[in-house]
Every structure is written in C-alpha cells, then in structure tokens.
Write a protein that binds this ligand. Structure first.
Ligand SMILES: NC(=O)c1ccc[n+]([C@@H]2O[C@H](COP(=O)([O-])OP(=O)(O)OC[C@H]3O[C@@H](n4cnc5c(N)ncnc54)[C@H](O)[C@@H]3O)[C@@H](O)[C@H]2O)c1
Ligand SMILES: O=C(O)C(=O)C[C@]1(C(=O)O)C=C[C@@H](O)C=C1
Length: 387
C-alpha cells in the first residue's frame, strides 16, 4: 500500500494527482522548479513543499515530455522514491530518454487521458481523473513492484488503467488527442481577425470545437515535437478529406445540376461519416454513444440556477450523460442542454415543466433562433405547472 508519494512538477496534472492522493490519506511531497507552484499546490491541500527525509513509495513526474528523462535521472540519483511514473502525453520519447539517462527498472511510463486547456496548480482538481482511462506503458525492465504502485496511484485517482505498448499509445493519441488539438488551433486561428458581428454570433458549437486550442503553446509544441510523424500521418488524411470537401462545396456553388449533384453526394457522405465516427467514442461509462437525446431548458443567468435545475433532474431519477450551457450575455439567459436516454426525454420534459422550468419542447437537433428571455418563471410555464 502506498502511504507516501512525491510529485515533481506541481502544475495542472501534478497538483490534481497530489490532491487526489492527499484526499486518500497519502503523504505527498511537492517539488517544482518554480517554488511558487509547489507552494500554491500546498496551499490547496495537495501536500507539503520539499523533499522527504526518506525515499517515498512512488514519485510522479508531471513535467513536460522533453524533461522526463532528465528529471528522472536527477531524482533517481538523489534517491527520491522507490518507484517513478510520468504522466507525459507521449510515451516513446520519454521511454527512450529514460533508457539512455536513468534506471528503467524503477520507472513506468503513464498518461492520464484527462486534462484541461489550463495550466498550473490553480487549475487542478482532485476529480480530474475520475472514470478516465490512464495508460501505463511498462517495458520488460519495469519491476512488478513499480507496476503495482502505479496501478495503486491510478486507483486512488479513480481512473481506469489501460496497459499499452508505448508506440501503439503514440499512434492512438495522434488520432484521438494530438490531431484534434492541431485542428482546434487551426480553426481558432481563423478567428483572429474576425469582424465583431461574427464574434457576437459565436455559440456553443464553435466553443466546443476550439476549447482545447487554449492549451499552453509551449507544452503542446513539446507534445507535437515528440509525436510529429504520427500526427502528420493523420493530418495528411484529413487534408485529403478537406480537399474533397472544398471541391464539393465549390461544386455546390455552381449552376450546373450535375456538378451540384456530385458535390452534394460528397458533402452528404462526409457528414454521415462524421456522425458514424462520432458514435465510436465511448460515453463516460465506457459504452459507445447510443441514441441519446437532448432536453433543452432556459435558465436565468444567476447564481444557483444551474445547480437548482440539476437537483430537480436528480429528484426525477433521470440519468444525465452530459450537460452543456450556452450563455447569452445580452439578455442574461442560459440555454442548458441535458443529454439523456432517448426513452427519458418526453417524461423528463413534462416533469420539468410541472416543476416550473422553461423547457424548449420537442428538443432534438440544434436549437433554432435565439432563446427567449430566460428565467424559471412559474407564470410562464406550461398549463400543467400553473394548474
Ligand atoms: N494539460 C493536460 O491536459 C495534460 C493531460 C495529461 C497529461 N499531461 C502531461 O502532464 C505533464 C504536465 O502538464 P501540465 O498540463 O500539468 O503542465 P503545467 O504547465 O500545468 O505544469 C508543469 C509544471 O512542471 C514544472 N516543471 C517544468 N520543468 C520542470 C523540471 N525540470 N523540474 C521540476 N518541475 C518542472 C513547471 O514549473 C510547472 O509547474 C506534461 O508532460 C503533459 O504532457 C497534460
Ligand atoms: O480535455 C482537455 O482539455 C485535454 O486537453 C485533455 C487531453 C485530451 O486530448 O484528451 C489532452 C492532452 C492530454 O495528454 C490528455 C488529455
């Protein structure tokens, strides 16, 4: 059983792990090149700043991918821990660096598949890894004790271990994490000089697409540098699809019936392949996305309104897969979208109306038009609520 740990690199990921371990009673030592980051983490309850008097059970190296090998070698030479694991978003590079610079027996590569577009200890949260996959890449050199300690860290963080080969991991994350980041950055870069009237129209769809583009450019430069070939392969396929999409759309903009028909065929194919691809992504419980449906509710933009809506939904005993909220600053309203089982929507809409919530009934695809001025107004609710 792990009772002591160290975290080297107390930024977003290091502090999140430290908070989760500290909450489970593990004594955590916090180390960072930037001492203020370690002090901030400590002030959040993530542990104590400074080296332990004796080696801890396991040290987590939560530093940029290019620094893992060097940091491991330094900390092994100082006897920081019995075992070491890193959390870097790429694995082949760090594993190679470790073999060249340090002792690979007490090291295991790791990568929690959870994060944020923010950096630093203040963005950390103990719940970050709950229910998420956490890759481990043991090599033939890794000792069983080190593997077991890493598995314990993952369990204490509430995550799900996935053991993989480092190169297979890097190919997989090129598709599911690194290329999406590049695509988000490319799209967000298009917005740099957009006119103000377009800015005002930006809704949740755009925000969903560009959220991760806010990630630290230095960290992401390091990640892309370490997985460049695999990301380039995925991007090249995307570029082929893009060029088909451009040609098809140019065709749709012509007067020729034949060219338009062919263009529409390609556009329809692209859109339906998109829907199919999206269904391959598991939900938070690990099952692929099924026929979920959206229930849309207008709320007032004041503190406690969303929490109150979610409490009502919980009272109804309906399981919500996802919640998104789209704020409209101009009329101080919010449109909340709750993804639930298809079978639950009608009952849920009726019951929410009975409770006095303003439901956009018949919720299905994207909302049309602007939401009306919001607020949970009993007087405005459906007849069932006022009867
Ligand atoms: N951000 C994410 O969403 C995410 C998700 C999973 C894994 N990761 C991986 O986690 C690691 C850390 O990322 P983060 O988002 O927490 O970054 P971060 O910038 O929030 O934190 C990194 C911390 O490491 C410290 N540091 C850098 N070099 C150091 C060194 N040589 N010795 C000691 N401390 C050092 C920095 O001062 C900083 O406090 C990276 O390897 C990243 O690939 C990130
Ligand atoms: O959700 C986010 O903000 C993330 O950046 C998470 C994400 C991902 O792509 O899933 C990003 C990089 C990490 O290596 C792991 C997780």
């Amino acid at each position: 059983m792990i009772s002591t740990a160290a975290v080297v690199g107390t930024g977003l990921i290091g502090t999140s792990v430290a908070l989760a371990l500290a909450a489970k009673g593990v004594r955590v030592h916090l180390l960072d090149l930037d001492e203020s980051a370690a002090r901030t983490a400590a002030s959040l309850g993530a542990g104590t700043v400074g080296r332990p008097a004796a080696p801890v059970d396991i040290a987590l190296l939560a530093v940029p991918p290019g620094s893992v090998g060097e940091v491991l070698a330094v900390q092994q030479s100082k006897g920081l821990a019995h075992s070491y694991m890193d959390v870097a978003s790429v694995k082949s590079g760090p594993v190679g660096d470790v073999a060249a610079l340090g002792d690979p027996a007490s090291y295991i590569g790791g990568h929690p598949m959870a994060g944020r577009e923010l950096s630093g200890p203040l963005a950390a949260t103990a719940a970050l890894f709950e229910g998420r996959s956490w890759v481990l890449t043991p090599t033939p050199d890794t000792t069983t004790q080190t593997l077991n300690r890493a598995l314990e860290v993952i369990a204490l963080c509430g995550a799900v271990p996935v053991v993989m080969d480092g190169e297979a991991h890097d190919r997989a994350v090129a598709l599911v994490s690194h290329t999406p980041h590049v695509v988000a950055a490319l799209m967000a870069a298009r917005l740099q000089h957009m006119p103000d009237d377009a800015t005002r129209l930006a809704g949740q769809g755009l925000r969903d697409v560009i959220r991760i583009a806010g990630g630290d450019p230095n960290l992401w430069g390091d990640i892309l540098d370490a997985n460049a070939a695999a990301v380039a392969d995925v991007l090249a396929e995307l570029a082929d699809d893009l060029s088909v999409a451009v040609t098809a759309l140019r065709g749709l903009a012509t007067d020729s019936t034949d060219v338009r028909a062919e263009g529409m065929m390609h556009v329809a194919d692209l859109l339906s392949r998109g829907c199919e691809g999206r269904k391959r992504i598991p939900t938070k419980h690990g099952a692929p996305l099924r026929g979920g449906a959206l229930v849309r509710v207008l709320i007032g933009d004041q503190p406690g309104e969303l929490a109150s809506l979610l409490a009502t939904v919980a009272d109804l005993g309906i399981n919500v897969e996802e919640v998104t909220i789209d704020h409209s600053p101009e009329d101080r309203s919010g449109l909340v979208e709750l993804l639930v089982d298809t079978g639950s929507t009608v009952r849920m809409e009726q019951r929410l109306i009975e409770y006095g919530w303003r439901v956009q009934q018949g919720s299905a695809p994207a909302p049309q038009g602007r939401p009306a001025p919001a607020g949970r107004l009993l007087a405005e609710a459906a007849p069932a609520a006022t009867a």
